[in-house]
Design a protein around this ligand. Structure first.
Ligand SMILES: [Zn+2]
Length: 93
């Protein structure tokens, strides 16, 4: 059994998520919902971040098979959170 690490990009323009196929070369990323382009300079950082997570999870998988270590898997996603400092900023405006 193999693992595929699926990267999901969130578009803040239209508030949708969409998956990226990182197992093939990517030259351009556009949101399929609103057609906004991801800046070209961000593609390599996205690939690097995906490769880090993918590599980590492959290592967990390998450890489990070879030495019966407990297996985990890292999933990463962002959430916007409300902080107290946000209220203070609003009051001074
Ligand atoms: Zn979008």
């Amino acid at each position: 059994m193999a693992i595929m690490t699926i990267a999901t990009l969130h578009c803040y323009q239209c508030d949708h998520d969409f998956p990226l196929n990182m197992y093939q070369p990517i030259e351009k990323i556009s949101c399929p919902y609103c057609d906004t382009d991801v800046d070209q300079s961000m593609i390599e950082p996205i690939r690097n971040a995906w490769a880090q997570v993918s590599g980590l999870n492959q290592t967990f998988h390998k450890h489990e098979m070879e030495s019966e270590e407990p297996r985990f898997g890292l999933n990463v996603h962002d959430e916007e959170v409300h902080l107290d400092i946000d209220d203070i900023d609003n009051e001074t405006e």
